[in-house]
Ligand binder design. Structure first.
Ligand code: I3P
Length: 128
């Protein structure tokens, strides 16, 4: 794509279904509550949507799907965190504002891809 479109259209890097729980908000610990989330990595943000499988077909239209929340990856930290859960394949994402999320998949290859892709975005932003 042209330099012009690059500067205006954030690049969609990755999208898929992961298990998610938020474990801290502004540094304050939260009670874990795992649920499936449709996760989209676009530009400098990780954006969370409701699990599309739990929605009615009519609600799952691009214009109809409001993000549940979104995370700015600038200055974020990413760590494998199998010590923080009884589940396998868990990593922790911590934002500069002290929000912490665990993300998990039963599929080893899938969670590794997510980890590597998010890590590369964080490192790119660190260099800017
Ligand atoms: C939690 C729930 C979580 C579990 C968490 C439990 O119980 O079972 O799935 O986390 O473990 O406390 P509740 O539903 O009563 O809140 P994992 O699945 O990640 O192990 P934890 O407290 O040891 O983190």
């Amino acid at each position: 794509s042209s330099p012009d479109s690059d500067s205006f259209t954030p690049e969609l890097e990755k999208a898929g279904l992961l298990n998610k729980t938020k474990i801290a908000e502004g540094g304050r610990k939260l009670r874990k509550s795992w649920s499936p989330s449709w996760v989209v990595l676009v530009g400098n943000s990780l954006v969370f949507f409701k699990d599309p499988k739990s929605q009615t077909p009519s609600s799952w239209r691009p214009g109809n799907s409001k993000p549940e929340s979104s995370v700015d990856l600038r200055g974020a930290q990413l760590l494998w965190a199998n010590d923080l859960s009884s589940k396998k394949n868990v990593f922790k994402l911590r934002t500069v504002t002290g929000n912490e999320f665990l993300l998990q998949s039963e599929t080893d290859s899938l969670i590794k891809e997510w980890f590597n892709t998010i890590q590369s975005v964080i490192h790119r932003l660190d260099r800017e």
